[in-house]
Structures are given as structure tokens and as C-alpha cells.
Design a protein around this ligand. Sequence first.
Ligand code: ADP
Ligand code: MG
Length: 271
Amino acid sequence: MSNPALELASEAGEQLARPVPADSPLAIRGLTVSYGEKPAVFSVDATVPARSMTAIIGPNGAGKSTLLKAALGIVPRLSGRVLAFGVPLAQVMHRIAYVPQRASVDWDFPTRVIDVVLMGLYRELGLLGLVRRHHRERALACLERVGMAEFAGRQIGALSGGQQQRVFLARALAQDADLYLLDEPFAGVDAATERAIIDVLKALKAEKRAVVCVHHDLATVTDYFDHVLLINVRRIAEGPVASTFTAENLQKTYGGRLATAHIDQLKLPAA
Ligand code: ADP
Ligand code: MG
């Protein structure tokens, strides 16, 4: 009869105290998500600073993808509030672009690269999906930004994983959002694609937009990001990379699963 996850969630609901800065592109308070009895995300707070590059870090199964999906309303939440730009996120979906974790998608029917990017313009295309020349030009310009313009007419299914990832980023760019949420954009891509993607993300930040990435490569965190959220079901730590991405916080996040030697290699400041 009683759902332990629900009880935990209501307990967590008591503490919504952390203030939300009005200019935060994404503020999550007391977010709890459960697929079964045990929460996948438990009472997590996160506050993405304006004009920042934020990394969400944690071991496999820590709830990183779930956190993003629940924030966006793609999976239901047991409790919690999610504000984007100071209002409930659902009211400002048009200002948010999301690039999901790349699954090994089988493209069953032929879809051209340009059409994938045009999907990013769905709001403007309207119900009939009428594509005009200026839409096509914008989609091409987005492909250009990720170095994929020459692939516009190719089938998406025929591209490498890294090339597909660039195309999905181009689709997000077409949305012209103010907040970009990306789930492991660098997973399984080649070095050239990683460079191309990080350059685009840094340019977005320079344009005063906010970028949030679930990120798995601890070695590049200090290079790529300025703000970090460490989670393992619960929030372990959050703050500027310089003061938060410490060996001690990583140990807390990964428990015994991360070898000390690996952490030593990162040459992090002592806590
Ligand atoms: P991460 O992205 O950090 O690797 P996920 O958010 O994908 O973690 O998953 C968190 C936990 O929730 C894991 O234990 C995972 O097995 C479980 N989970 C994720 N998605 C589902 C789902 N659709 N149904 C049931 N369990 C799920
Ligand atoms: Mg994930």
C-alpha cells in the first residue's frame, strides 16, 4: 500500500529552502524520480548559473539522464520544482533545446540530414510543416556551424556516430534556444567531432546562452566547464569547477568505484 519512494519524496518536499536566483536558466528543487520503489534521483537541487557551461557528473546509473528528462517533463517526477529563467519550465520550452543521449538509433526509414535539422524548426514550420527557402538556409547554416554542410543530402543512418551527433547538435542550434541541455554529447565520438562540438558549445556560452552537459570524461571537466553538479542519486556537491571538482568530492560521488590513481592523474586541487 505504501510506496517508500513517495514517503521519502514528501520528506524531501519539506526542504525547498535554497533560494532561486531570478536569472538562473535552470533551477531544480527537491527533484525526486522513481521508476520503481527505489528513487533514481532523490531530492536533488541544482542551480545552473546564467551564461555558464555546467557539467553533470556521476557514475553510471547515478540518475544523470533521468535528472534531465524529469526536469524537461519527459519522465514524471514524484516531487520537486523546476524553474527555467525564473518561471515553471513548461512555460518556456521554446527557449530550451535538448540533445538526448545518443542511442544506437536504427533509422528504419530514409531520413536526410537536412530534414533532421529542419525538425529543430518545427515551431516555425507549423502544422503543415511547410519548408520555405529561408528555413532551408537556416538549417544549412546550422549544419555549417558543426562542419556538416556537405552532408545535408545524405541519409542520417549512413553517417558515423560522431557525424550523427553533430547533426543532432545542428538541430538543437536551429531551435535558437537560450538553454541547451545535452546528454553525453562527447560519448563515443572521434577527437575531431569532440573539438567541433566543444567549439560550438563555447560559442553558445560566448553568446550568453547557458549550456548543461551530462559528461563522463573527468579529464576534460576543468577544460570545458565552469560549473559542476556531482550526483549519485542524491546531490553530492555543486558549485564552480575550481572549488567543487575536487578529489574528495569525486570520491564521495564514485565511492570505491573510481581508482585513486585515476583521480591522481586529474591533478585536482586538494579539498
Ligand atoms: P545515468 O544517466 O546517470 O547513467 P539513468 O538516469 O539513465 O542514469 O538511470 C538511473 C537509474 O534508473 C538506473 O538504475 C537505471 O537503470 C534506471 N532507469 C533509467 N531509465 C529507466 C526506465 N525507463 N525504467 C526503469 N528504470 C530506469
Ligand atoms: Mg545517462
